[in-house]
Design a protein around this ligand. Structure first.
Ligand SMILES: Nc1nc2c(c(=O)[nH]1)N[C@H]1C(S)=C(S)[C@@H](COP(=O)(O)OP(=O)(O)OC[C@H]3O[C@@H](n4cnc5c(=O)[nH]c(N)nc54)[C@H](O)[C@@H]3O)O[C@H]1N2
Ligand SMILES: Nc1nc2c(c(=O)[nH]1)N[C@H]1C(S)=C(S)[C@@H](COP(=O)(O)OP(=O)(O)OC[C@H]3O[C@@H](n4cnc5c(=O)[nH]c(N)nc54)[C@H](O)[C@@H]3O)O[C@H]1N2
Ligand code: SF4
Ligand SMILES: [Mo]
Length: 722
């Protein structure tokens, strides 16, 4: 439907439909390699173009994340370039929900003037750049430096900040499961088949075909559990106790790799002294997992070690609880006890390669004040990574008058951050600029100006080094290239920033093109830009080997002791210990009608951004995809049947949704898919469909890594509309 409507604009109006279809049939097809933007995997893809329009897409055969396959979202999302709900040109707010289209020139001029006046009046520190992360940072850094602001903030507090805080401190690097060569995989709160990595699933299937065992620990029978040898439905929020008891078994039964611990672990005794009493029987009470099952799991893993690992995790546990940092620490401890680090079939680092960079004029360094969110600042949130920041504090900081100008790029905190009503406080800033692709909630409710970026198929970006989340010994470089000309009056980020820079006197620092950057980046690799352009993704000789890395010839890690550190000194603040110790969840269900609200990805949706895609939402309709899951025994007690409408309520919201009654969920919780609850009237397909867990969640800050603690919320459930 959308395809036909768009097609008419590229052929003369007097064409009949039959003439058009004949012309389309005869026109040549071009195949262009690029990168999907459906989620942070940024899989390599080929896009086919016919008559100047997107024809179809498929996975890039080389790219390590896709290896020939892309997921439903990748297929569905290419068509959003023709979605009628895109922002088609710059917009200026003229009323509560009203905008008027303006020219780019007018937008740049007015934004430049306001920005200048805010900086003059309140200083550089009052400016904040918020974004999803990675793609805009390089350019945002130039603007921040020019304005004298330290305030670069990402979405990561809602995703994985516990893991990324812990691993560099304890291991000096990130490591990833070598799925293909392993004998035993323990997945806890990580669902490769729902929070998808296409090639990750290939690797798991290959491992299983070779006889590897897969155990999934998840309160819900997630999609990955379908492939698992065992599903362990743990009580949500108690994984830390499960991990402590696994470690306890490995140590008391002398099953751990004593040589690895003696050579490469620091702080073992401190850990053991603190956790001696965390037996499987102790953990059974807390986790609802039988002590024998915990013992057996530890023994099976030890037997397969070092070709065994605890998957290093992602969103599922790392942003959800008051004890998320300690559970991330335990992930390191268990893998170290298995002695699997830097070993085949265990954990390996990602392949690396050194890219060049374009030599451009940099703004003179300005003295900057402390970060407005306190991340990385002594006394406030000293242990939070400053490079990630604490986005959920921004609305409060605006309210307090500490943030006056705010740029929000590729980010929709009103939908993906806690408590949308609280997020709306951002509107009070003197200048709010949103740079999205569509009419997302943040743009509609809080932006003064909306500057639409071209869709990912309409722009060329800096090349990327591919790595992370799955091991692949060969480093790769991949390039997002423009596939079609922009359908609307939109621009890529670099051009948007050039327009603003020209108004504030910073043009000389943006005086380059993406192609110049690309050429400089690949220069050390000895390949031409044309070769990368043709291939889209290139692979280089292997850079990952087994064995501990070496520093000055000796095996050592990039940590203070050169070893895996079981105790993190800088965590010893505010009553925390350096080694992980049991901390119960912040809130717990008590009464018969109370449940922990938990959530997760659905395979055919990305966060929320795909919920305005008619094709992907058709899948939702076919499968009752918006329904909340509830355990059958609890439902029966409340008189609730499959398909009933129920009311769920927290201190923040009270809303209704239909229920899926199932045995495949732990009784303590209800599980809600995370893609729904759109409230932007201008995103018409998503509007009003399903519920968003963030509506029920108060804004909180986990004190060590700064996460939002996305599942520290209890809801009351009642049958019907109450
Ligand atoms: N389809 C799809 N794929 C995606 C994305 C997407 O939006 N959609 N986003 C990408 C991104 S940014 C991310 S971060 C990853 C996320 O990938 P994952 O972290 O795998 O995804 P989640 O669904 O958030 O969480 C995984 C599982 O944790 C379970 N879980 C919830 N609470 C608990 C608990 O207390 N204990 C245990 N053991 N398990 C629990 C959930 O039931 C869920 O099945 O996916 C990436 N891929
Ligand atoms: N309700 C809900 N909240 C969540 C999650 C969830 O699944 N559901 N997941 C959590 C996780 S794991 C993560 S990683 C975060 C993600 O949080 P976000 O980064 O906010 O989510 P996204 O859906 O990736 O994209 C946000 C916005 O970016 C814009 N956008 C998309 N593509 C482009 C582009 O190419 N250019 C520009 N300029 N803008 C673009 C869209 O307008 C979209 O509204 O959310 C977290 N919070
Ligand atoms: S996993 Fe799917 S949505 Fe994410 S980048 Fe790959 S193809 Fe796109
Ligand atoms: Mo994420």
């Amino acid at each position: 439907m959308a395809a036909a409507a768009g097609a008419i604009s590229v052929v003369p109006i007097h064409f009949s439909l039959r003439e058009f279809s004949r012309a389309a049939e005869n026109s040549p097809i071009k195949r262009i390699p690029t990168l999907c933007n459906g989620c942070s995997n940024m899989c390599g893809m080929y896009v086919y173009v016919k008559n100047g329009r997107i024809w179809k897409t498929e996975g890039h055969p080389i790219h390590m994340k896709s290896r020939g396959r892309i997921c439903a979202r990748g297929h569905g999302m290419v068509i959003d370039v023709y979605n009628p709900d895109r922002v088609t040109q710059p917009m200026k707010r003229i009323g509560e929900m009203e905008f008027e289209p303006i020219s780019w020139e007018q937008a740049f001029k007015e934004i430049g003037e306001k920005l200048n006046s805010v900086i003059e009046q309140y200083g550089g520190d009052s400016f904040v750049w918020m974004e999803h992360g990675v793609r805009g940072k390089h350019y945002a850094d130039i603007l921040l430096e020019f304005l004298g602001s330290p305030n670069y903030i990402t979405h990561y507090a809602t995703c994985f900040t516990s893991k990324t805080n812990v691993w560099p401190k304890m291991v000096g690097t990130n490591l990833y499961g070598d799925h293909e060569n392993t004998k035993y995989m323990l997945f806890v709160g990580r669902n490769f088949a729902g929070g998808i990595i296409p090639n990750g699933m290939n690797q798991i299937v290959k491992a299983k075909e070779k006889g590897a065992k897969l155990v999934v620990v998840d309160p819900r029978h997630c999609e990955l559990a379908i492939l698992a040898d065992e599903w362990i439905p743990i009580r949500p929020g108690t994984d830390l106790a499960f991990f402590l008891a696994i470690a306890n078994t490995l140590i008391t039964e002398r099953l751990y790799d004593r040589q690895f611990v003696a050579n490469y672990v620091e702080g073992f005794d401190e850990f053991w002294q603190a956790n001696k009493l965390c037996t499987p029987e102790w953990a059974e009470e807390i986790t609802d997992v039988p002590a024998d099952k915990i013992r057996q799991t530890a023994r099976d893993m030890a037997k397969a070690a070092p070709r065994a690992f605890l998957e290093t995790g992602y969103h599922g546990l790392n942003a959800h609880y008051i004890n998320s940092v300690q559970q991330a620490q335990m992930n390191v401890v268990i893998n170290a006890l298995l002695g699997n680090m830097f070993k085949k079939g265990g954990l390996l680092p990602s392949a690396e390669i050194t890219l060049g960079s374009l030599d451009v004029e940099k703004p003179p360094e300005k003295e900057k004040g402390p970060r407005v969110d306190g991340a990385g600042e002594a006394g406030k949130y000293a242990t939070v990574e400053a490079g990630r920041g604490i986005p959920q504090l921004v609305p409060q900081l605006v309210d307090e008058g500490k943030v006056k100008a705010l740029f929000i790029y590729h980010y929709n905190p009103l939908r993906t951050g806690p408590d949308p009503e609280y997020q709306k406080k951002m509107k009070k800033a003197d200048l709010v600029v949103s740079i999205p692709i569509d009419w997302n909630e943040t743009s509609l409710y809080v932006a003064d100006y909306i500057l639409p970026e071209s869709y990912f198929l309409e722009r060329t970006e800096r090349p990327l080094l591919c790595h992370g989340h799955i091991t692949h010994p060969y480093p790769q470089v991949a390039w997002r290239q423009k596939v079609i000309e922009p359908v609307h009056d939109t621009r890529p980020l670099l051009d948007i920033l050039k327009g603003i820079a020209a108004e504030i006197g910073a043009m000389e620092y943006f005086d380059f093109t993406v192609e110049q950057e690309a050429a400089a980046m690949i220069e050390p690799l000895g390949i031409s830009l044309d070769r990368l352009k043709d291939a889209g993704c290139l692979e280089f000789p292997a850079s990952v080997e087994e064995g501990m890395p070496k520093i000055r010839g000796n095996p050592a890690l990039r940590t203070p002791s050169g070893k895996v550190e079981f105790s993190v000194g800088i965590y010893k603040v505010n009553g925390f210990s350096g080694v992980p110790r049991w901390i119960p969840p912040k809130v717990n269900p008590v009464h018969e009608d109370e449940f922990r609200l938990i959530h997760g990805k659905q395979p055919w949706h990305s966060h929320h951004v795909t919920s305005n895609n008619p094709y992907l939402m058709a899948i939702t309709e076919d499968y009752n995809g918006t329904w909340i899951w509830m355990n059958r025994s609890r439902a029966e007690k409340l008189g609730i049947k499959n398909g009933d409408l129920i009311t769920i309520e927290s201190e923040k919201a009270k809303k209704q949704i239909n229920v899926k009654v199932t045995e495949l969920l732990h009784p303590d919780c209800v599980w809600i898919p995370s893609a729904y609850g759109g409230f932007s009237k201008k995103a018409r397909t998503a509007y009003g469909v399903g519920l968003n867990y963030n509506d029920f969640l108060p804004a909180m800050v986990e004190p060590i890594a700064g996460s939002v603690m996305g599942q520290e919320v209890i809801v009351k459930v009642r049958k019907g509309v109450v």
